[in-house]
Design a protein around this ligand. Sequence first.
Ligand SMILES: Cc1ncc(COP(=O)(O)O)c(C=O)c1O
Length: 456
Amino acid sequence: MQEAEAKRRILDGKHSQAVRRKLIARTPRSAEVRGLSETLSQEVAQTVELPHPIYVDSAEGCRMTDVDGNTYIDMTMGFGPCVLGLRPPAVLAAVQAQLERGWHFGIPNRQQAELARLVEQASPCGERVVFCNTGTEATLTAMRVARAFTGKTKVAVFDGCYHGAHDYALIHADLQSERSRPAGKAVGAGIPDVIRNATMMVLPYRDDAAFDLIREHRDELAAVFIEPVQSSNPRLDCEDFLRNLLAVCRESEALLCFDEVITGFRIAFGGCQEHYGITPDLATYGKALAAGFPIGAVAGSREVMRCFSGSGGAPWMFSGGTFSGNPLSMTAGLAAMTELRERKDALYPYLMEQGDRLANEVNRFCRDNQFAAQLLHAGSTFHLRFQGSRINSSRDLTDDGKWAEKEFYLHLLGHGVIIPGIHLAFISAAHTPEDVDAIIDAIKRSFMDLREDGLL
Ligand SMILES: Cc1ncc(COP(=O)(O)O)c(C=O)c1O
C-alpha cells in the first residue's frame, strides 16, 4: 500500500478499529477517571491513541493492573527506576518500618549517611555525594557546582540528549542547524534567550567535531554533560567517544559530567563508569537509586564537591531543599542499593543477556520480514525506532514511520504489553525469561497486525 493511502486510513480511523474498540470496552473505569478533570497533564504518560489514558491501580514485579482490573506486562518500569521490578519486597518492608518512625525531619537521618557511603562505593567518580529529589535537580546542581569550581559559565550538552526539565537542560539542538556545529534551541516557551545565548552550547554527538568545539570554547566552558548512553539512542558502542571526550575535557580544563540518571545502577552497579572503565569528574543519579521513590544525587571528586561546603578555600555554592535527603527516599535507597549490591554479580549479567536476547530477536524478525524498524538497546534499556536506515546520532532519525508508531503501541497494549508514550522501555530483574518471551511474541504480533492493517 502507498504511504499516502495508509496515512489517509489512519486519519479516517479505518484501521486498528477492532483493537481500539476492544481496549475501550475493557477500560470503562479509566474513561470515568478521565472525566474527573480536564487539567491533569497526561502528555508524557499517554500510552496510546485512546480517548482516555489507562489509569494504574497497582503494580507488582513486572506487572501493572489498571483501575478496571486488566493486567499488563509493564515495560515502563516507572520511566526507569524499577531495576528490581515494581514494589520490590525489601524496599516495601523498609519503607513501612520507616513510616512508623516518621517520614520527615528536615535535619539529617542515619540512612542518609549510610546511603551516601553506598553510592560512594558504587560510583567510580563519587568521593562525595549530595542528595536531592529528582534527576532534574541533580543536573541543575551539578551544572552549578561545575560553574562554581571552574569559575566559567558555559555548559555543553549533546545533540539528542535529555538532562531534565530545568531551563539549562531544555536547551537542545536546533534540528535546522548545521549537524557538526549545532545551534541551541529552547524546548518550548518560557526560557529566556540569555540561557541559550550566554550559558549553554550544543555539541554534535558521536562526532569528533565536538572535540574541536570544546577546544575552541575552552576559556568559557565549565563542563560538558553527557548521557554516557543516550535514552533517545540507547547503544553500548560509545566507549571510544567517551574516552576521547574525557581527554579533551581534561586538556581544556572543563569538567566532564556523566548524567547517569538512567544508566546508574542499571547498566552495571557502577553504571556506565564501571561498564566502560571511564571516570569523569562528576556524575548525576536519580531513578534506580531509590527504586521508585523520588531521589537525585550528585557525586564527584572530593576537590570539586568541596564547593558544597566551601571548605578548603573552595568557592561556596548554595544547594539544598526541604525534602532533600528525606527519610523515606533515603530508606528506600538504602534498601534498593543494598539489594542491588548483594545481587549484582548475577543481576547485571542477567539484564544484559535478556536485553540482548529481546533486541536481537526483534531485530532479526524485522529484517526477515522487511519491516523498516529497529530496536535500539543498551542492556535492559530499549527504544524502538520505526526506520530501517542506520542511526548514528539523533540527527539520523527520520519521521518516516511515525504514522505507524502509535498504532503499533495500540496493538501492543492489546496484546498485553505496556510501553509509555515516550517510547523508552525497560526490563527489570522481575521480568523472567518467560516474560521476555511474551514481550517478544507481543511485539512480533503487533508488527504483523500493522501489516494486516496495511500500515507497514
Ligand atoms: C539522563 C537524564 N537526566 C535527567 C533526567 C531528569 O530526571 P527527573 O525526571 O527525575 O527529573 C532524566 C529523566 O528521564 C534523564 O533521563
